[in-house]
Design a protein around this ligand. Structure first.
Ligand SMILES: [Zn+2]
Length: 272
């Protein structure tokens, strides 16, 4: 989710100044040669640990959740998940150059990365929440009812969002609708390799229920091994990419400190 939005208690400019200062100091403290962050193009002796854990996350071995060592870049805040997507786009954009890309609930590092691709028409948006700070260029969107015409984007990036929406299949249908034929959507979610069928129960409406059953108090389901089948059911052609399939990771020349178990789920809008 767009972490800038969380700065609800400080004026945005002051919060940004604090963060900028902290990251500059971190760049010096953590300087070294163990890991590379491709977003801030700097090497570090270590990344910061991050994430949260609880009984359910541990028990269900949820991928994309839990405490991770060397997870957060101290210089720009990129996470292991963000760096994995960098390796994916670095490779994939050589074959399908982005023309118009929709980024849902944009992560700051990916947001800057896409903004710096000169050829791209880049649209990014998030759901409106009262009291949060929204940068001027951020469009207010509802994933279940996108305001864009059919066949608008050749890429959609939806990273750890589908576990938060009320209607997963309506959201997937909207992503499919706004994609051009042949266009691709990156559809990352946290998921459990120990769960055969995605678990959701609409009677779990309290934060404590959701924390207990899904592992996080604002999640509305826990995805299982059937997740790729659910994307296919929504009408996409599904590809599953392993980190070791990506040259930037497979070459082993640099260490991005990603989770080797994290898969990339890609849905393609078929041409006929
Ligand atoms: Zn960085």
């Amino acid at each position: 989710m767009y972490r800038v939005l969380l700065k609800r208690y400080l004026p945005a400019d002051i919060a940004r100044l604090f963060k900028w200062t902290e990251l500059r100091i971190n760049k010096l403290i953590y300087s070294g040669n163990t890991f590379l962050c491709p977003y801030c193009s700097q090497t570090y002796r270590l990344f910061k640990s991050g994430g949260i854990t609880n009984q359910l996350i541990e028990k269900m071995d949820i991928i994309g959740a839990g405490i991770r060592q060397n997870m957060v870049c101290p210089g720009c805040g990129s996470t292991d998940r963000d760096r994995l997507l960098y390796a994916y786009f670095d490779h994939e954009f050589k074959f399908l150059r982005p023309k118009k890309l929709l980024h849902i609930a944009p992560e700051p590092c990916l947001n800057s990365y896409f903004k710096n691709i000169v050829s791209i028409s880049y649209v990014f948006g998030a759901k409106f929440h009262e009291g949060l700070y929204y940068p001027k260029e951020l469009e207010i969107i509802n994933l279940e009812h996108l305001q864009y015409a059919d066949n608008t984007f050749d890429w959609v990036v939806c990273n750890h969002v589908l576990e938060h929406v009320e209607d997963e299949f309506q959201s997937l249908a909207e992503i499919l609708r706004v994609l051009t034929p042949g266009g691709k959507a990156v559809l990352q979610v946290p998921w459990s390799p120990k769960l055969e069928i995605t678990f959701e129960d609409p009677t779990y409406v309290t934060e404590s229920d959701r924390l207990k059953h899904y592992g996080q108090d604002d999640h509305l389901r826990l995805f299982g091994k059937d997740y790729p089948g659910r994307i296919a059911k929504a009408g996409f052609k599904v590809s599953i990419i392993k980190p070791s399939d990506l040259p930037l990771i497979a070459d082993n020349k640099v260490n991005l400190s990603i989770n080797p178990r994290e898969l990339i789920f890609v849905g393609e809008k078929q041409t006929s």
